[in-house]
Design a protein around this ligand. Structure first.
Ligand code: FMN
Length: 189
């Protein structure tokens, strides 16, 4: 049985990104799902709707939109910068506006921050954008004091982080079952 594609990307370009570590953990906890799209994020240009009217639309944008349309769910791990979402995340979402690419799709937001709020303000500020794009938000996970709880090599020092991401992935699967009427867990996918 083929794995259901999930648009999954990180809003940090940092090589030691804690948010990417969180996204990687979500992927490891979902061998039944196929995470796609993350490698295109660095190649997306700054949003310019004028490019849609020309022949110069970059292949990365076309490919990203195609993956988003085909995906059955969305997972985004996004840092908070200056009490706002990462511009990288917002830029990627702006390229999806107007294509119905996220319409009705269960969407999990993750964030990690060395601070005590875990980047939750950045996630909350993404809610209106994602709702405008038609995404169906499920309970997000934000990890505070993230530097002592996980590292960029994939080590998870705090079992609670593992459990919270595991629960969130269960929620995502349940929302996918509800949206598509296929109980993934029961089918052993
Ligand atoms: C310019 C700048 C602004 C930041 N602003 C915030 C902030 O408002 N809230 C917060 O929780 N962390 C903030 N941070 C810390 C980031 O959450 C932290 O660097 C995080 O590790 C970035 O994500 P990454 O590890 O995935 O690259 C800021 C970091 C930088 C460099």
């Amino acid at each position: 049985m083929s794995r259901m594609p999930v648009l999954a990307f990180c809003g940090s370009l940092r090589s030691d990104s804690l948010n990417r570590a969180l996204l990687d953990l979500a992927e490891r906890l979902a061998p039944d799902l196929q995470f796609v799209g993350a490698d295109l994020i660095p190649d997306l240009p700054l949003f310019n709707p004028g490019l849609d009217l020309t022949d110069e639309l970059p292949a990365s944008v076309r490919h990203f939109r195609g993956l988003a349309r085909a995906a059955k769910a969305v997972v985004i791990a996004s840092p908070e910068y200056v009490h706002a979402p990462s511009g990288i995340t917002k830029n990627a979402l702006d390229w999806l506006d107007g294509y119905g690419a996220l319409d009705g799709k269960p969407t999990l937001l993750l964030s990690a921050s060395p601070g005590s709020t875990g980047g939750i303000q950045g996630l909350v500020a993404l809610f209106p954008t994602l709702q405008a794009l038609g995404a169906v938000l499920i309970d997000p996970v934000s990890v505070s004091r993230a530097g002592s709880r996980l590292d960029s090599h994939g080590n998870v020092m705090d079992p609670a982080v593992y459990q919270r991401v595991e629960l969130a992935m269960d929620d995502l699967r349940e929302a996918m079952d509800f949206a598509y009427g296929h109980p993934l867990a029961a089918r052993g996918m």
